[in-house]
Design a protein around this ligand. Structure first.
Ligand code: AHR
Length: 520
């Protein structure tokens, strides 16, 4: 080997050795095409879901007008104020499984005269129907969000569903509109999102896809557009990997003409449905497993979308991931039918990964609704009588609200792996968008619980970076969570460990963190 070649090789070796030992490898790189975005991230991707389940509605949202917990017409002020910070775009109600045994007429009129029923799915408790259509629409007005009604196909009639649409949205003279006026609402409401059955393959009727397909045609035929109200009809979609369900619904050309959206449900379950694992007591193996299972959302969306593309290449029909989130064992000592779980930093990272995935697929994913808003599953808020706690997941939704209605920017990420035992997944996840004021937002997740990682972001097409600000969500422990009556252990903090280096932004991503960066 000649001497010059030897010197060059030695220098290269030293250069890479220094980079590796200082963790300054160039393999962690995010290239963002700032001037190339074409797709809008529908704000409804940041949607929510509230079911008559456990303490979501009763105790969570609704305390009644006579409660000494501060409320507006029976709806908790603290919960509404906190949720308004998230800019909730859309709220799905009344279920879930509850929707297919809910008879809306039981939930209107004087509250003390409303019939009660047994909530057979969720703890067998008595539902007194004190929170019904008017109360839900009042809640949506307080939150300034769109209602998404999930209507009863499983045990309700075609007539019942048709009359609910008429009651809510018609201005004509009819017994239904008279009834609405008698109940205190003169003007019709605007209701766009209308779900026709929930999990009809399971709790919503145990149907085969072909049978549901026929019912979907049948019921939706009678869900009319009154005045200038235009329904966006959402068909019950698949359970996780049931690609056959999606195909049957999509290949029916009659149905394709009627439906505007097709749903998909996928929950992150760490072990299995019998033993889901504790929400707070877990080790690094379970941390890894939860985040690994979360990543399956990517494959699910890709594969369902591919089937949808075959029949709907223009992407007219939205994929609505109207139930998603982590599902752990209930908190010890609580009613197993109430699905009450704590919420740690692990849940926050799972939410952040999912939201990045939805952003990337915003050409097809037009809505997503995390399950559920208050006191149930991966909640934003937990309440205990008059106390309220904001969960780590709440903070992710607050940080990510900047992506709502922004333009998705093409982003190419190369990430090192996070390995545990024989398994490994990428350590970093990211998405980027540009808002109406040309501000660029980059959301990055580092799932490695023990390793800080340096990431170089190249903003291709942006000649001058004027200012950069950022926020971070992290904690000392992977299972940190916020408790009633204590200082929050997980909350948003300003983030300073980043610098501009020419056209690059060098970000020192702490272990187990979510960072959202704003570039102007
Ligand atoms: O979100 C809890 C339940 O999960 C919903 O009621 C149902 O649709 C799903 O199985």
């Amino acid at each position: 080997m000649n001497k010059r070649l030897w010197i060059v090789q030695s220098l290269l070796f030293i250069f890479f050795a220094v980079q590796v030992t200082t963790g300054q490898t160039t393999q962690n790189r995010l290239v963002i095409d700032v001037d190339l975005g074409t797709e809008t991230i529908d704000r409804n991707i940041y949607g929510h879901f509230a079911e008559h389940l456990g303490r979501c509605i009763y105790g969570g949202f609704w305390v009644g007008e006579d409660s000494d917990i501060p409320n507006t017409r029976g709806i908790r002020n603290d919960v509404v104020d906190a949720l308004k910070e998230l800019h909730i775009p859309v709220l799905r109600w009344p279920g879930g499984c509850f929707a297919d045994e809910y008879h809306w007429m039981d939930g209107i009129g004087p509250r003390d005269q409303r019939p009660s029923m047994i909530n057979t799915h969720w703890g067998g408790v008595t539902e007194d129907n004190s929170f019904g259509t008017h109360e839900f629409m009042d809640l949506c007005e307080l939150l300034d969000c769109e209602p998404y009604i999930s209507a009863n196909l499983g045990s309700g009639t075609v007539r019942e569903m048709a009359q609910w649409v008429e009651y809510m949205t018609s201005d004509a003279v009819s017994p239904m509109t008279e009834l609405r006026k008698q109940n205190g609402r003169e003007k019709p409401w605007k209701v766009k999102y209308w779900g026709i059955g929930n999990e009809s393959w399971g709790c919503g009727g145990s149907m085969e896809p072909g049978y549901y397909d026929d019912l979907m045609r049948h019921y939706s035929t009678y869900c009319k557009n009154y005045g200038d109200n235009r329904l966006y009809k959402i068909a019950c979609g698949a359970n996780s990997y049931d690609y056959e369900w999606t195909r049957v619904l999509m290949q029916d050309s009659q149905n394709r003409r009627q439906m505007h959206g097709l749903s998909l449900h996928y929950y992150t379950v760490t072990h299995n449905w019998r033993n889901k694992g504790s929400a707070t007591q877990f080790d690094e193996n379970e941390w890894f497993q939860t985040l690994d299972k979360t990543l399956q959302m990517e494959e699910l969306i890709q594969r369902h979308s591919t089937i949808m593309d075959e029949y709907d290449p223009d992407k007219r029909i939205g994929l609505m991931v109207d139930e998603w989130g982590t599902w752990h064992d209930v908190e010890p000592g609580t009613n197993p039918g109430f699905l009450y779980q704590q919420n740690t930093l692990r849940d926050a990272l799972a939410a952040a990964i999912n939201l990045n995935i939805f952003n990337h697929h915003c050409d097809r994913v037009k809505m997503a609704n995390i399950a559920q808003t208050v006191n149930v599953l991966q909640a934003m808020i937990l309440t205990q009588d008059r106390e309220m706690v904001l969960t780590p997941t709440y903070h992710v939704f607050k940080m990510y609200r900047v992506h709502q209605d922004a333009t998705l920017l093409p982003a190419h990420l190369s990430s090192e792996q996070y390995s545990l035992g024989e398994n490994s997944i990428p350590a970093l996840y990211a998405s980027a968008s540009k808002d109406a004021n040309n501000r660029i937002h980059i959301s990055v997740v580092n799932v490695n619980p023990v390793k800080d990682i340096q990431l170089a972001c190249e903003l291709r097409g942006k000649s001058v970076i004027e200012t950069v600000t950022a926020e971070i969500l992290t904690a000392e422990r992977i299972n940190a969570y916020n408790e009633f009556g204590k200082e929050p252990a997980v909350e948003i903090k300003p983030f300073k460990s980043l610098r501009i280096d020419g056209q690059n932004l060098i970000v020192d991503m702490p272990a187990r963190s979510v960072v959202v960066i704003e570039v102007k």
